[in-house]
Design a protein. Structure first.
Length: 285
């Protein structure tokens, strides 16, 4: 799955489900989030097959997308504002009591920043959604000055997600699957990982780590063998790792390497270095 077309569309809903085929009854394979730039691969009726920056394709309802137009990308400038709360309500006016939210955005969504510290007070920011609508957000729900996290910061971030639900194909705080979760944790550190666990395990740029040399921040891979990886998580030290799993109560949880069948199914670990840091645009605070 290495299809990387030039972005020509942007996601205009909070979470756009990506399906295996051009129908809502087709299996969910991934998701695209509000404000993400994607490229269209083909059309079928009211469905568009797209691919994002992780080169993972899937079919999305056409109504969930808008054309990028002459701007070529969203946001059209470097003035972005990244959602740092698990979820954030965005309003059509700077008041949380008069109307219901215009939209609720999940963690990590990057939106176009119009102004900070204007309007009713310094605790509001004005944003523009990808469909052109102006919205207001409390400033504490995000940041325009985000930087890649270190190992300790990424562990703290992972713990914030504990208890969030498991969702096959999910890659947002509305629900994660295992590889969607590790992909987000890696991106917060400036590391780009492929979408699926087996692709992450075989991905370039990582160094294989023996089980007795694990360090916090290493990514773990589980399955029936090195060529049959089906699950992933991030090691957080002291024999523990955090993962989105269907075990016990399905959701984001902490596991232990000394427990079965975890120990038997651990088939590899990789250590990734962040890409060269780029100021102000890591994508996630």
């Amino acid at each position: 799955m290495t299809e990387t077309p030039v972005p020509d569309r942007v996601v205009v809903v909070a979470v756009a489900d990506m399906h295996e085929g051009p129908t809502s009854d087709s299996p969910l394979v991934s998701q695209a989030l509000l404000g993400e730039n994607v490229g269209s691969l083909e059309r079928s009726g009211d469905w568009v097959r797209i691919s994002g920056d992780d080169a993972y394709p899937g079919w999305v309802a056409r109504e969930a997308l808008a054309e990028l137009g002459t701007a070529g990308r969203y946001p059209s400038s470097d003035r972005g504002f990244v959602i740092s709360g698990l979820f954030a309500n965005l309003y059509s006016e700077p008041d949380v009591t008069r109307r219901r939210p215009a939209i609720t955005a999940p963690f990590g969504v990057r939106l176009s920043l119009e102004s900070e510290g204007e309007g009713p007070g310094p605790d509001w920011v004005r944003l523009r959604l990808p469909d052109g609508r102006p919205v207001w957000l409390r400033s504490g729900d995000g940041s325009s000055e985000s930087r890649p996290l270190g190992i300790r910061g990424s562990i703290a971030l992972a713990r914030r997600f504990l208890g969030l639900p498991y969702l096959w194909g999910g890659r947002s705080t509305f629900g994660f699957d295992c590889s969607g979760f590790t992909q987000l944790l890696a991106r917060a550190r400036g590391i780009r990982l492929p979408r699926d666990a087996h692709l992450q395990a075989a991905g370039e740029g990582g160094v294989e780590v023996p089980p007795d040399q694990l360090r916090a921040g290493d990514f773990l891979y589980f399955g029936a063998g090195p060529d049959r990886v089906t699950h992933t998580g991030m090691y957080i030290g002291r024999g523990q790792y955090v993962h989105a799993s269907t075990q016990h109560r399905p959701g984001v949880q902490v596991g232990r390497l000394g427990e079965e069948p975890t120990t038997r199914n651990l088939v590899g670990a990789r250590r990734f270095a962040p890409e060269r840091r780029r100021s102000r645009r890591p994508g996630i605070p």
